[in-house]
Ligand binder design. Structure first.
Ligand code: MD6
Ligand code: FE
Length: 200
């Protein structure tokens, strides 16, 4: 595909997904999910978040930004595990490492509004996303909010790369289909998005 959108269904088989969940569990024990709030309004997200890497994406009343520490524990984010870094080096086509891995957790009813990932300095790097657990309905449009959109189902083990002309397309999660995966003990969905934040 020349538009920079790469959908890699079943990139991870079940065994690899289980490994990822175990590794993530260790990271999340150190950097627990928390509930971010929207800038200005302070309205809570329905998605819970954590981060891995040198920088983590956060949202609070002051705005959206990347920062080196967990907003609640004050600790640096855990390192991005090697198995996750490996995905970036295999699929990103970008010669520098990502500094950030946002971890989104969707429980029953959680969703994510249409947005663009635009808090990074370097849009020449793609965003690489890994889905685990219940299937999500992912909505993707164009580079204008008003453009027409289409949907894609993201299932457990799928990888999606948004780069090139697709790097700044609007996208979001309409809903998560409860009970479609047995991967996560507590159910729900986890999504990892790997980002290069700073210009190399
Ligand atoms: C999610 N994903 O799948 C939310 N962003 O839960 C994203 O917001 C996203 O999947 C940039 C590139 C790929 C993505
Ligand atoms: Fe996004």
């Amino acid at each position: 595909m020349s538009n920079g959108l790469k959908y890699l269904p079943s990139y991870f088989d079940r065994a690899a997904q289980e490994t990822l969940v175990a590794v993530l569990g260790e990271c999340l024990a150190k950097a627990p999910f928390y509930t971010p709030v929207m800038p200005r309004s302070g309205r809570p997200f329905t998605v819970r978040m954590s981060n891995l890497g040198q920088l983590g994406w956060v949202s609070d009343r002051a705005g959206y930004r990347y920062q080196a520490r967990h907003p609640e524990t004050g600790e640096p984010w855990p390192a991005i595990p090697a198995v996750v870094m490996e995905v970036w080096s295999k699929v990103s086509g970008y010669p520098h490492e990502p500094e950030a891995c946002l971890v989104n957790h969707y429980r029953e009813g959680a969703k994510m509004g249409l947005h663009r990932d635009e808090d990074e300095e370097d849009f020449s790097a793609p965003v690489v996303s890994i889905s685990l657990g219940d299937t999500a309905i992912f909505r993707i449009g164009g580079t204008e909010r008003s453009g027409k959109t289409e949907t894609l189902k993201l299932a457990s083990g799928d990888v999606l790369v948004m780069g090139g002309a697709s790097r700044l397309r609007y996208h979001g999660i309409d809903r998560v289909l409860t009970g479609t995966s047995t991967l996560l003990r507590e159910g729900g969905r986890i999504n990892l998005t790997l980002r290069r934040v700073k210009r190399p």
